[in-house]
Design a protein around this ligand. Sequence first.
Ligand code: E4P
Length: 218
Amino acid sequence: MKLFIDTANVDEIRKAHELGVIAGVTTNPSLIAKEGKDFFATVKEIVSIVGNLPISAEVISLKADEMVEQGKKLADLGESIVVKIPMTEDGLKATNQFAKLGIKTNVTLIFSSPQALLAARAGATYVSPFVGRLDDINQVGMKLIEEISTIFKVHNIASEIITASVRTTPHVIEAALLGADIATVPYKVIQQMAKHPLTDAGIERFLADWQGANLSSF
Ligand code: E4P
């Protein structure tokens, strides 16, 4: 399973990219708004950091023809741009038009397997089921990943599943075990994934033993 970073913060994107662990970036209007900077300038900066890795940038309109216009403007920023589109009937129509134009899409705000199937059939490159927001309303987000994963496998559907709205390290591992292609994760989850108390304790012990032995240094 690949990892994308879910942020519009360029410092976080740069740090995660330097670790060599990310295969793409996802943003959304809330994440862009949080940074308080120009949308297109931000996306351009992200392109300059991650080069040809896929970068999802979302349209704002809810009308198919306007989504297509907005998406084309975003796609002009680079071949790595993936137009992110909300899961609505207009969104499906726009997704289908982008598929015909050869422009990659990420259909977002997916909360059911029928929605995922429709998005895939409309030609979505990626579908983004949101697990955390389902957990928030006392539904089991991972059940959705399991369903979509099974349906896509059984029917040989090429759209990739991005597990989105990831809040914890267990979310990432469950998504991987269930066969999601990608998990898009906030930077803080990448940091949590890197940590283990026994790693810290082990380092402390190794260094203490080394210093106690008074050996010649590097
Ligand atoms: C994914 O593409 C979305 O940007 C994101 O995962 C939403 O996460 P949230 O539910 O934590 O806002």
